[in-house]
Design a protein around this ligand. Structure first.
Ligand code: FES
Ligand code: FES
Length: 158
């Protein structure tokens, strides 16, 4: 087994030390090293988006990102979004629209949507579809998720 290295991550606003293999992905470090379980291990090869986290506000796939590259950057997962009113609005609309079924894709979907509303507060339906196109959902057929994001945007920017 490779020798572990010590990394300091700014995770959800807190400096967090973790010892992990030098080539560990961020997904391995979060889930297996730190017990941060909202990023899901789906395909583990950059396809499904279930592992999406925000780095400096932008959605990235944690399964394709080396932990070592995250030092010095602001890393956010759903665990750190509890006091974010925009996220709270997105979550409520996801539930109300039926956009949450098994929930496996939901965390990644919400973080991608959160980034979209930061960049484009009142996106068109096509823009929402495009922004979420890297997040796969096997349950909902997507319409309810797109509805949720559009409804949240409408509520937030009347
Ligand atoms: S688990 Fe990372 S993209 Fe699927
Ligand atoms: S709700 Fe099941 S994968 Fe999206």
């Amino acid at each position: 087994m490779a020798k572990k290295a010590l990394f300091t991550l700014t995770l959800n606003g807190e400096d967090t030390e973790v010892a992990t293999a030098p080539d560990a992905t961020l997904l391995e470090t979060l889930r297996d090293g730190l017990g941060v379980l909202s990023p899901k291990r789906g395909c583990n090869q950059g396809v499904c988006g279930a592992c999406t986290v925000l780095i400096d506000g932008l959605p990235v796939r944690a399964c394709l990102t080396l932990t070592a590259r995250c030092e010095g950057h602001d890393l956010r997962t759903m665990e750190g979004m509890n006091s974010d009113p925009v996220m709270a609005t997105l979550q409520r609309h996801m539930v109300e629209s039926g956009g949450v079924q098994c929930g496996f894709c939901t965390s990644g979907m919400l973080l991608s949507a959160r980034n979209l509303l930061a960049e484009t507060p009142r996106p068109s339906r096509e823009t929402v579809k495009s922004a979420l196109s890297g997040n796969l959902c096997r349950c909902t057929g997507y319409r309810t998720i797109v509805d949720a994001v559009c409804n949240a945007a409408e509520e937030l920017t009347p």
